[in-house]
Design a protein around this ligand. Structure first.
Ligand SMILES: Nc1ncnc2c1ncn2[C@@H]1O[C@H](COP(=O)(O)OP(=O)(O)OP(=O)(O)O)[C@@H](O)[C@H]1O
Ligand SMILES: [Mg+2]
Length: 283
């Protein structure tokens, strides 16, 4: 079953002088098995929005239903939350145990699995995210690099086998090769676990290749929702909203402004190269 969000609004510190509407009137459905991207400028409400998907935050208006469970109802929320694995924006917040293995198995143990099963699942999860258990199980989480910390945080969530995997800026702060590796890991996890992936990013490049549908947030509102083709055909508009457009999309846009007829659906390197080859053959 899908995640259904209806007229979701979240106001921080309501009825005070500091009242702030961070998410406003968002209605959308995330389908089973979908890779759903969420992009938007900094402060557009992405993190606030996704924290409603596991019931960490409560709507101040509207509703969120996960797999049929109403997340505003206390009892149903517990059931819905068990299906949603959330990897937070800052992985350090999630790592606090003395070894990586202890850290990864914290979630599965908390689910009520016995020690041995939690350990088995955690070791399997470490392999899946590309952290060799032989090398990493006994390390301190604080010895890990940025990319390894992301992987460890991801493993701790995967070990709980969530139906919905929610990732908040999983590539932020990593270098280009680290970004590519994490994205490849996320894609292979999705194939293996058949889970729904919801990935937040302020960079269009990150979501351009993987997401099947993309929601664009702007000032707390849903600005646009569509396939990558639909969304990136509006690159110029998105740049004006403060988003990082994929480099290729920027280049294509610049060429258009100089009078070249570059089709709107050229926003990845692969497409750009094949378009260019076509042009060269024509010439
Ligand atoms: N606890 C809070 N109290 C008051 N305002 C908050 C709180 N948390 C976030 N905000 C504000 O709500 C808005 C949306 O914040 P949010 O973190 O959801 O944005 P974001 O799109 O995730 O941004 P980023 O790309 O920087 O992670 C921002 O203006 C932020 O300052
Ligand atoms: Mg955020």
């Amino acid at each position: 079953m899908p995640i259904i969000v209806e007229k979701l609004t979240h106001t921080y510190m309501p009825n005070t002088d500091n009242e702030f509407v961070a998410v406003e009137d968002i209605t959308l459905t995330i389908n089973d098995g979908e890779f759903f991207g969420i992009i938007g400028h900094t402060g557009s409400g992405k993190s606030t929005f996704i924290q409603h998907l596991n019931g960490l935050m409560q709507p101040t208006g509207g509703s969120v239903t996960v797999d049929g469970f109403d997340m505003s109802d206390k009892k149903q929320r517990a059931k819905g939350r068990a299906l949603v694995g959330m990897v937070f924006q800052y992985p350090d917040y999630q790592l606090f145990d003395s070894t990586v293995l202890d850290d990864v198995s914290f979630g599965p143990k908390n689910m009520g699995l016995d020690e041995e099963e939690a350990k088995q699942r955690s070791i399997e999860a470490m392999r899946m995210v590309g952290l060799d258990p032989e090398l990493f199980a006994e390390k301190s989480p604080f010895e890990l690099s940025g990319g390894e910390k992301r992987r460890a945080a991801l493993a701790g969530i995967i070990a709980m086998r969530p139906k919905y995997l929610v990732l908040d800026e999983p590539m932020a702060g990593l270098d280009p090769s680290g970004r590519r590796e994490i994205l490849a890991t996320i894609n292979s996890l999705r194939d293996e676990l058949k889970c729904t992936v919801i990935m937040v990013s302020h960079s269009m490049e990150d979501v351009a290749r993987s997401a099947e549908r993309i929601a664009v947030m702007n000032d707390g509102r849903l600005y646009a929702l569509g396939t990558p083709d639909e969304i990136f055909s509006r690159t110029k508009e998105l740049i004006s909203l403060g988003l990082d457009a994929p480099q290729t999309a920027r280049l294509a846009q610049e060429l258009r402004e100089r009078g070249f007829e570059v089709p709107e659906d050229i926003y990845t390197n692969e497409r750009f190269v094949s378009w260019l080859k076509g042009r060269m053959n024509d010439a």
